[in-house]
Design a protein around this ligand. Sequence first.
Ligand SMILES: [Fe+2]
Length: 287
Amino acid sequence: MVEDGNSGQQINGAAGIGQRAGAGTRPIRLLQLTDLHLYAESDGRLLGQNTRATFESVLNLARQRHWPPDAVVLTGDLVHDERSDAYLYLRQRLQQLDVRYFCIPGNHDSPRLLADCLDPRAGSGLRIESLGAWDLLLIDSTLPGQEGGAIDELALQAIDSHLSANPDRPALIFLHHHPLPVGSRWIDTMGAENGARLLAQAELHPNMRAILWGHIHQSFQGRSGHAQLLAAPSTSVQFLPGSKDFALDTLPPGYRWLELHDDGLLETGIERTDGYPDPLSLSMDGY
Ligand SMILES: [Fe+2]
């Protein structure tokens, strides 16, 4: 299943960012996988779904459609129960797939276990990774013991400084929590409380090409200034867009793909599997 158009969405680069890649130059390919909610036990289920099984179904789809990626960005809630065995399982799978990966924590993660077991640089305030002509700015937006999040003041300053100092390098911002209300009352009580600060920076910096997040278990598209605002579906269960209270959506799991061209052009889209491995429990009233 394809969303955002069959060939994805083209987002034109800002004038002055680099040069168009020559004919035959392959863009950088990224995959965003989010809200895996893996359990330590292989039979762990979230709202009736075995989250290892849904994760594997999404991986299978990605391996058919967008493989190999240059990197995978995992945007939080990698595990559901904050236990090391779930992280170790994920590390083993990513190593088996031989992919480069970057992780940021979500509200269901333990930043310490995530760093210890899977990605030593996860959860370090602001992290900057360079991929060819592009920079990835990865924010830890979690607050200890809270479902909602916030962006650290020092991280906001560092983002501003980096984008100002590197105007010719297009950048993507990744975080777990949504930086603006998405129109769902219950989810909007647990976004990034100062996300407007990030959106304001998108007005100032033409090289901020997109802000991407997870947490809301649904796709989202918007714009703030120069940046596309993009969320990806969960690899596990989906939340119903626009719902006042907790409600599951029947849409199947999926992932976001991105192709980053040297001149700042960004192509992106959502792919979903054909369905859930097991029947969906739509009567659940929370998670
Ligand atoms: Fe989640």
